[in-house]
Design a protein around this ligand. Structure first.
Ligand code: CP
Length: 324
């Protein structure tokens, strides 16, 4: 297992999606087709959701070894709206608490004819490790891997940007917060690089800044006002305290909201038509002012809405790759 991943495992010989581990390694055309497919699955909030039979007879298992609201709920809804049987394993009540290994859990569910494993885990490399050990008929979708990758979040972020800005090319995108521990920033960065000539600005306080080798071409800074100025897209990130080992001295004496929060005053430095994004869960009035999160430039609920359509598109794509 390693952090770069065996990305060749993602596509089959015909170029169809077999597993989804990372956005890196996918082409602009491939991602555009996935986003188009997701758009076709969208209906307005308040109208009945889109439904399809493409997963009829298939079984999707959600294995979340870390907490989740959005990703888990949207994968479940996506699978059900495509007519799959859905298993949500309650990890805390599973036999893993009795010492059963991850692979034995996978083999047990595989024997029950699970077709797609949706996996979230706090350790890097787990989704890839599962792809190396399942039978060829089974797909694995990464639903959040340590600080490495969250590809369906990256896709829903790209979809939201495309919907509102009309393009994913030539944009200035500013991400503020705990970049060091953010799989969301990693996946969005990969997607922005694939989709066009975008400028990525990563803003964080000391101790939470990005490893520059993971973000080639990006501007890394602690100058939040300078980084927000003229941006088309501004995304705020939560501090991922669950991934920070040395908490004692972290940001001692700092007023985080004052120094690194996305406030109304700061947002006025961005382009007048800039959009505000946040992957959730949010800590209001810490990394983002409540008034900004609920304000006219916020597309945060649109991100959540698009998450179901993106996951329907990904589930449909891997299922197609299994059809003879
Ligand atoms: N954005 C995201 O992954 O949210 P959840 O942790 O609620 O799934």
């Amino acid at each position: 297992m390693n952090q770069t991943g065996n990305l060749s495992a993602q596509l089959d010989e015909a170029g169809r999606l077999r597993h989804l581990l990372r956005l890196q390694g996918l082409s602009r055309t491939f991602i555009t087709e996935l986003l188009d497919r997701a758009t076709a699955f969208q209906t307005e909030v308040g109208k009945p959701p889109a439904r399809d039979n493409v997963l009829r007879g298939r079984t999707v298992a959600n294995l979340f070894f870390e907490p989740s609201t959005r990703t888990r709920a949207s994968f479940e809804l996506a699978a059900k709206r495509l007519s799959a049987d859905v298993l949500n394993l309650d990890v805390n009540m599973s036999s893993r608490t009795k010492g059963e290994s991850l692979l034995d859990t996978i083999y047990t569910l595989q024997a029950m004819q699970v077709d797609v494993f949706v996996v979230r885990d706090a350790s890097a490399g787990i989704p890839e490790y599962i792809t190396e050990n399942v039978i060829p008929q089974v797909s694995v979708l990464n639903a959040g891997e340590a600080d490495v990758s969250h590809p369906t979040q990256g896709l829903l972020d790209l979809m939201t940007i495309r919907e509102v800005k009309g393009t994913i090319d030539g944009l200035t995108v500013t991400i503020i917060g705990d970049i060091a521990h953010s799989r969301v920033a990693r996946s969005l960065s990969e997607g922005l690089t694939i989709m066009g000539n975008n400028e990525l600005r990563l803003v964080s306080p000391d101790g939470l800044s990005a490893d520059p080798t993971l973000y080639p071409g990006a501007i890394l800074t602690s100058d939040i006002d300078g980084a927000v100025e003229g941006a088309d897209v501004v995304m705020a990130l939560r501090i991922q305290r669950e991934r920070i080992k040395e908490k004692a001295n972290l940001m001692t004496g700092m007023d985080y909201h004052r120094d690194f929060g996305l406030t109304e005053a700061r947002l006025r430095l961005a382009k007048p038509d800039a959009i505000v994004m946040h992957p959730g869960p949010m800590n209001r009035d810490v990394e983002i002012a409540g008034a900004v999160a609920d304000g006219p430039q916020s597309v945060i609920t649109q991100q959540v809405h698009n998450g179901v359509a993106v996951r329907m598109a990904v589930l449909a794509a891997v299922t197609e790759s299994r059809q003879k």
